[in-house]
Design a protein around this ligand. Structure first.
Ligand code: MN
Length: 301
């Protein structure tokens, strides 16, 4: 190439670009931004706060097994191939919780750690109680934010069977602690008078299954956290859950909502899969499908 003015200009561009990348990298290390918006998958095999049946702790394993099954590939419906992508990472499970006494603080601390390092997180549950410690971390670090919850149940009990951390209560605590701006609850078909009172008190936005139609648009101006309870689905499509509530969504309904939510999805959970009640992993495969479509949205917008 020699040292023609043109050639040295090119060299200078290459050098300064590399230098800039290196400076940016060092800056990130200084700030401990290790993940820099990378989306990570975390499992939480925890079902101590399930009120009716145990088994949701086996959810992360079942969803990963379906995701990695040789019966399917890792492409999303947009044609994005997750198997070729460096933008996400499965970090395994948070499984150092030896008692339910300290589980929530362990979960919250781990999320604090990952979020301050710039990660966006998709969690595989676990029962729905884990959404509380997750949102404690998200609310403090990523707030102000909104939640879109897709669920048969509002999970707004003040307490259930004397347990204020029950999987039937997380959204009451989230609202009492002012962790989010908006809570939009979609697919609800078990609203009783007590939870209706709680919903009115907290100002949650409820779209019951009865009111829902596929033409509804969900739009969020704050960053949005998506919480999907597998029992939002009709049990005919997804028998692998602890609480059967007929008259629910088809998998297609939920996939379309994931794809069409208007907003920046900064985190998500897929909870309440109970493999003990599943048939041939059919519910786990729906969970894995949701995971793929959520990853696509979180990575590609
Ligand atoms: Mn539910």
């Amino acid at each position: 190439m020699g040292f023609s003015p043109h050639g040295s200009y090119q060299l200078w561009v290459v050098f300064t670009t590399k230098q800039k990348i290196m400076e940016e990298y060092i800056k990130q290390i200084d700030k401990k931004i290790v993940y820099n918006k990378k989306t990570i998958v975390l499992g939480i095999p925890f079902d101590d706060h399930s009120s009716f049946l145990k088994g949701a702790s086996k959810g992360p394993k079942a969803i990963r097994k379906a995701l990695n099954s040789p019966s399917a590939n890792l492409s999303t419906e947009s044609g994005y191939d997750l198997s070729l992508s460096d933008d996400w990472l499965d970090m395994g499970n948070i499984d150092d919780m030896n008692s339910s006494n300290n589980a929530f603080s362990i979960i919250e601390n781990r999320f604090n750690e990952y979020l301050t390092q710039g990660a966006r997180i998709v969690t595989l549950g676990g029962d729905n109680s884990i959404t509380l410690p997750i949102i404690r971390a998200y609310g403090k670090i990523m707030g102000p934010l909104d939640i879109m919850q897709i669920d048969a149940h509002p999970d707004l009990y003040d307490e259930l069977d004397g347990d204020r951390e029950s999987h039937a209560c997380p959204f009451s605590r989230i609202m009492e602690e002012n962790l989010v701006e908006r809570l939009v609850q979609v697919g609800i078909r078990t609203m009783n008078p007590h939870q209706k009172e709680q919903s009115d008190r907290f100002g949650t936005e409820v779209i019951t299954m009865r009111e829902w139609n596929s033409g509804l648009n969900f739009e969020f101006s704050d960053p949005v956290y998506l919480s999907i309870d597998m029992d939002c689905l009709d049990p005919g499509f997804a028998p692998g859950v602890s609480h059967y509530e007929p008259g629910g969504f088809t998998p297609r309904d939920v996939i379309s909502m994931i794809q069409n939510i208007k907003g920046d999805i900064i985190g998500a959970d897929i909870v309440e899969l109970n493999p003990k009640r599943d048939h041939h992993g059919m519910t786990a495969f729906v969970g894995a499908k949701f995971l793929k479509e959520i990853l696509d949205r979180m990575i590609n917008g």
